[in-house]
Design a protein around this ligand. Structure first.
Ligand SMILES: Nc1ncnc2c1ncn2[C@@H]1O[C@H](COP(=O)(O)OP(=O)(O)OP(=O)(O)O)[C@@H](O)[C@H]1O
Length: 300
């Protein structure tokens, strides 16, 4: 059953379309990812779903409600992550939880929520004194405090260290296991690949792909990634023109080529013809990174 339906969504700023006919549905209980390059229109799209921005055209429904017209009822169904600027640096964890619980008709037990999110020993700590990971946990708690059916998390793990990011992923999986539908805007392909049931890839205001992460990877022309340090001059433009090659870039002294098995064979024979040694040669399966680059034509 679809809990979010977006059809033909359009939004322009000063005559410039930034969301240009976006459509997708989110099924109840799934973790739905929204990926895209900077400025692709991700935040504008989810803010239309949250009722924070009014679309110029199109239809948005969250559990049957029109977010633009039914914002009050929507807040009982949908929880959104706050941006840090919206919390006072001096507010304590307890005060923030109590304050936000008081804004909802049917709030969750904030002590139990804090316990579940590992914040129980931080009730007296001021927001500004929390670590980045603890702040993110607090934002998740505040997004969940109204017992929502849907939670929208926009770039939740940006700025977190790898351990805190992984802890946050576990939290998101726990949230979903509790029956909440999650919409996750992210720049991290690993995060999307690990967490999301399906992802929509936005590029310049349009959905250019919508599938399970594994589906996007399989549909992408690049199935493998080859990398090595060449002991000799090698032109990436020449490599990118080899059969099946998706992209060829330099990362420090290494050359990274995405493509197919045929590309690997072609690179090896080119190296042999030129008498160039490839040090620390690696060939790995392609990930969502390569699919994303191919879909958006972007470097990131
Ligand atoms: N209130 C606004 N007024 C004018 N332009 C805006 C406004 N909000 C967003 N934009 C522009 O709309 C475009 C899309 O912005 P949006 O924040 O939706 O993109 P995004 O995909 O979330 O980007 P990012 O990954 O950088 O957060 C950007 O070019 C942005 O500068």
């Amino acid at each position: 059953m679809a809990i979010i339906e977006v059809n033909g969504l359009r939004k322009s700023y000063a005559g410039r379309p930034v969301v240009d006919g976006v459509g997708f549905t989110v099924e109840a209980g799934e973790i739905f990812g929204i990926l895209g390059t900077n400025g692709a229109g991700k935040t504008t799209t989810v803010e239309c779903v949250e009722g924070l921005r009014h679309p110029d055209a199109g239809r948005v429904r969250v559990a049957g409600l029109d977010p633009a017209a039914d914002r009050d009822r929507l807040t009982r169904i949908l929880g959104a992550q706050l941006q840090d600027a919206q919390l006072q640096p001096k507010i304590t964890v307890r005060e923030a939880l109590e304050l936000h619980a008081a804004c909802h008709q049917n709030p969750a037990d904030w002590r139990a929520l804090a316990e579940r999110l590992g914040l129980a020993d931080r009730f007296g700590t001021r927001f500004a004194e929390l670590s980045g990971g603890q702040q993110q946990r607090l934002f998740i708690a505040l997004a969940l405090i109204g017992n929502p059916q849907v939670v929208v998390l926009d770039e939740l793990t940006t700025g977190l260290d790898p351990r805190a990011r992984r802890d946050t992923w576990q939290l998101i999986e726990d949230v979903r296991a509790g029956g909440v539908t999650v919409v996750l805007v992210t720049h991290f392909m690993e995060e999307a690949q690990r967490l999301c049931d399906r992802v929509a890839v936005l590029d310049r205001g349009r959905v250019v792909a919508l599938d399970a992460p594994s589906g996007l990877i399989h549909r992408s022309a690049a199935s493998v990634v080859m990398s090595f340090t060449p002991l000799g001059a090698l032109d990436t433009g020449e490599l990118a023109a080899l059969p099946g090659a998706g992209s060829a870039t330099r990362q420090g002294d290494r050359v990274v080529i995405s493509g197919t098995d045929e590309t690997v064979e072609s690179v090896l024979s080119l190296l042999a013809r030129r008498g160039i040694t490839a040090r620390e040669l690696r060939v790995t399966d392609a990930t969502l990174d390569e699919a994303f680059l191919a879909l958006t034509g972007a470097e990131h």
